[in-house]
Structure formats: structure tokens, C-alpha cells
Design a protein around this ligand. Structure first.
Ligand code: SF4
Length: 118
């Protein structure tokens, strides 16, 4: 799996993304779906571009151009971690990104369990 991760720009101020990287490293959360033996590589990590998240479409395309076969929306978006405040635009953002990047790219709607994978 070659994954591009998109996170909430609002959350970036107080979260360095540690739980996302840990979930990839430990093959936990959404990354537990990766077939055994398949490596997981992060090809890019960026934010949504700010509310209402329209820039996520262009950023997802960039990640795909960079080689991502999977786009993961970090848990801060639809799970609202770490403060329990999900993005009001999260579902729409995922829907539009998914439509734009096409069927060949897998979408993960979260990265780690809330608040963080143990
Ligand atoms: S659109 Fe959603 S994910 Fe992006 S900054 Fe705003 S609240 Fe965060």
C-alpha cells in the first residue's frame, strides 16, 4: 500500500500526526486492512487546505500523482480526534475526492482509532 494522508488543517496546530504514523508503523486501525506481507509506505502527508476542504481534491490528486494508491483521511476529520469534534465537511470532502480520483484508488475514511491506537 502506498498511502497519501490528508488531515484537518484546524487540528494541525496541536497535533503532529504521531498517531497516524504509529498506526501505519504498527499496521493498526485502518491499516490493519493491508494484506499480510504487503508493505505500507507513506508517500505524502498534507492538510485539507482549510474549511470547507475544497483544496483536499487537488491535494489528493497530487498525492496520487506522487504514487499513492490509497488516500487516507486522518481520524481528526471524520472521527474528530483528539477533541471529539468531527469535520462538518468530512463526508462531502471524501465523496468529492473519491469521485475526482477515480475507482482505482482506495479510500480510507480514518487512520487510527479514537483517541489513539495503543
Ligand atoms: S474542512 Fe474540516 S478537515 Fe478541513 S480544516 Fe475545516 S474542519 Fe478541518
Amino acid at each position: 500500500m502506498r498511502v497519501g494522508i490528508i488531515r484537518c488543517m484546524q487540528t494541525e496546530d496541536h497535533c503532529p500526526g504521531t498517531a497516524d504514523f504509529k498506526a501505519v508503523r504498527d499496521r493498526k486501525g485502518a491499516f490493519g486492512e493491508a494484506p499480510e506481507g504487503e508493505s505500507i509506505e507513506i508517500v505524502g502527508f498534507c492538510n485539507c487546505g482549510g474549511c470547507p476542504g475544497k483544496k483536499a481534491v487537488f491535494r489528493a490528486r497530487k498525492l496520487v500523482d506522487a504514487g499513492a494508491d490509497t488516500i487516507a483521511f486522518a481520524s481528526c476529520i471524520q472521527k474528530g480526534t483528539p477533541i471529539g469534534y468531527p469535520c462538518p465537511f468530512g463526508k462531502k470532502m471524501q465523496e468529492v475526492v473519491s469521485k475526482n480520483i477515480g475507482d482505482g484508488i482506495k479510500i480510507l475514511s480514518y487512520t487510527h482509532e479514537s483517541p489513539a491506537e495503543k
